[in-house]
Design a protein around this ligand. Structure first.
Ligand SMILES: Nc1ncnc2c1ncn2[C@@H]1O[C@H](COP(=O)(O)OP(=O)(O)OP(=O)(O)O)[C@@H](O)[C@H]1O
Ligand SMILES: [Mg+2]
Length: 246
């Protein structure tokens, strides 16, 4: 397992947003977390990646305790996350976004004002182009990111994670607002990346599209894991019930 949580909990003024969640993410796989609105999926991602402090429990990555490390330390270990709403630098082109370090954009902006800000070393440029080609968005290299479609933005986010040599890529609703054909293309790329050694932990609502691509599924309800297994878990009565009750 690349990632494990043990009884991870997060409380907001009496609300148990995460209630003793234990999950295991197998290496080089796509692990999916589903559940109705407000069931704690984003809170889980935020707590694992250091954006929220856990109140109880433990997070282990590659066998190491990373609980409550700050986000940049977790990033440096190879865990890169995306947000429910993509956050590229809109005025920058696709290739510039890839060249912009993800961990410390503040520092990059300082350099933008005082001098050369993007690492235009040949190697980095070459790596960026290889990634864009792999993701089939090399034709968009010089397009401003604000002109990209929802799906193209998701591919750009994956590209930025690859640029940072992420080992574990954590994505919050990567298919939201993405047309079905492109959604399938994104998922095929994710499967290819799993073959190449990357691991994905994905929160998603569009079960009709994503379920067939998942190796393992966790279902959350009211801050807890209520079911886990293969894609057949969605037929379990407790899962149907939590969706109907939402
Ligand atoms: N920063 C916060 N402060 C207070 N309450 C929060 C905070 N973040 C999340 N919550 C609450 O925790 C619960 C779980 O929210 P969360 O965003 O994790 O759900 P989700 O499963 O991601 O939902 P969705 O599918 O709508 O994105 C909700 O009741 C939410 O209001
Ligand atoms: Mg959410």
């Amino acid at each position: 397992m690349i990632l494990k949580t043990f009884n991870l909990s997060k409380f907001f003024e009496g609300l148990k947003a995460l209630d003793s969640v234990s999950i295991s993410v197998p290496r080089e796989s796509l692990t999916l977390i589903i559940g109705p609105n407000g069931s704690g999926k984003t809170t889980f991602i935020n707590t694992v990646t250091g954006f929220y402090k856990a109140d109880e429990g433990r997070v282990e990555y590659e066998g190491e305790d990373i609980t409550n490390l700050p986000p940049h330390r977790i990033f440096k270990k190879g865990i890169v996350r995306t947000f429910q709403i993509p956050r590229p630098f809109k005025k920058l082109t696709v290739i510039e976004n890839l060249m912009m370090p993800l961990d410390n954009p503040g520092e990059s902006i300082r350099k933008a004002i005082f001098g050369s800000w993007i690492n235009f070393e040949d190697e980095a440029v070459e790596k960026a182009y290889e990634i864009l080609e792999f993701l089939n968005i090399d034709h968009l290299s010089f397009e401003r990111s604000e002109n990209l479609s929802g799906g193209q933005l998701r591919l750009l986010e994956i590209g930025r994670a690859m640029m940072a040599d992420a080992k574990l890529i954590v994505m919050d609703e990567p298919l939201a607002g993405v047309a079905p054909a492109l959604a399938h293309e994104i998922l095929r790329k994710i499967r290819e990346l799993c073959e190449l050694g990357k691991t994905f932990l994905i929160v998603e609502h569009r079960l009709d599209i994503i379920l067939d691509y998942a190796d393992k599924v966790y279902v959350m309800g009211n801050g807890r894991v209520i079911a886990e297994g293969g894609k057949e878990v969605i037929e379990k009565p407790e899962v149907v019930e939590v969706y109907l009750g939402a």
